[in-house]
Design a protein around this ligand. Structure first.
Ligand SMILES: [Zn+2]
Length: 303
């Protein structure tokens, strides 16, 4: 876990490092001593926790003795190093960009609902940042997304690139993109966070219907420091400008191709590699999508 209590105050293990990922010795020593004196307490169950602050892993707290009934024993342990790293990057980033805001990790809305990173701005605006594996269940996404919507919490979802190297990301299949996009994005852009490079990768589709249907993905990568994630969860950078340029090129090429009257083989070229989604997951996604479509139809019929 990344947070615990010290003298009834929440402390966060990510605060022990600066934005360059170096330990702040004064803070480290202070919490280390508290840990040795058994003063650190689990927020969920009240048991004693200890600090784990090495050089390889993200600093965190762990129960001194196992407590099977605690949330962190059940769910927190499943949290991967990649996930902690992602949260750490987002947390440091928001703290640096928004000095006035209250930033926290694993922000607890209720017993079962947490945000990976959560920001409360002075204006009252709230932003949740989620960092997730690409195979997150669509049903889980939908449920959380609805919660944010009904509570007026802005949110942005970043996907982990861990399982895929950069080459693969660039070759993400259109099929996957479309399936994913329809249910996990509000702005038609898929966003990845690469924890190794500390970069954000944005992907958006370009399409054109002419004699044939042409589609291609536009991808651009930014150092996280070079962009601004605003209070609404929008990423401010030159992506739109670059996309528009690329789209113009794409259209020009398509029109050229159409002119030659050759039958287009548009899809073949771009289907390079697909993300692996388990059969079970795939089935679940399909059924969920089917249900959504039926609901949509029912709504329309009522009108
Ligand atoms: Zn506990």
């Amino acid at each position: 876990m990344l947070t615990c209590l010290l003298n009834n105050q929440q402390i966060c293990s990510l605060d022990l490092k600066d934005k360059y990922d170096e330990y702040i010795m004064e803070k480290l020593e202070y919490v280390k001593e508290a840990s040795q004196n058994r003063q650190l307490v689990c927020e969920e169950c009240g048991d004693i926790v200890i600090l784990r602050a090495g050089n390889d892993k993200v600093p965190h707290f762990a129960h001194k003795n196992k407590n099977e009934s605690c949330y962190w024993e059940k769910y927190g342990k499943k949290e991967t190093e990649e996930h902690k790293k992602g949260k750490s990057i987002i947390y440091q980033y928001l703290k640096e960009k928004y000095i006035d805001a209250e930033i926290s990790v694993n922000y607890r809305h209720s017993n079962i609902r947490r945000s990976d990173v959560f920001a409360k701005f002075k204006s009252g605006t709230q932003l949740a940042v989620e960092f997730l594996r690409i195979d997150m269940k669509i049903t889980d996404w939908k449920e959380k997304h609805d919660f944010y919507k009904s509570n007026n919490i802005n949110n942005i979802w970043l996907l982990s690139t861990k399982e895929y190297n950069k080459q693969d990301i660039k070759n993400v299949s259109i099929d996957f993109f479309e399936k994913f996009l329809a249910y996990k994005s509000d702005d038609d852009i898929i966003k990845f966070l690469n924890t190794k490079q500390q970069s954000i990768i944005l992907i958006k589709k370009m399409e054109y219907k002419g004699r044939a249907y042409y589609k291609e993905l536009f991808t651009k990568e930014y150092k996280i420091q070079d962009i601004l994630i605003d209070m609404h969860g929008t990423i401010n950078c030159d992506f739109k400008i670059q996309y528009d340029k690329a789209y113009q090129n794409f259209i020009n090429n398509v029109l050229k191709r159409e002119k030659t009257k050759k039958k287009a083989k548009s899809d073949k070229k771009f289907k390079v590699k697909t993300f692996k989604i388990s059969e079970e997951q795939d089935k679940e996604n399909r059924e969920y999508v089917k249900k959504l479509i039926e609901q949509e139809k029912a709504k329309r019929n009522k009108k």
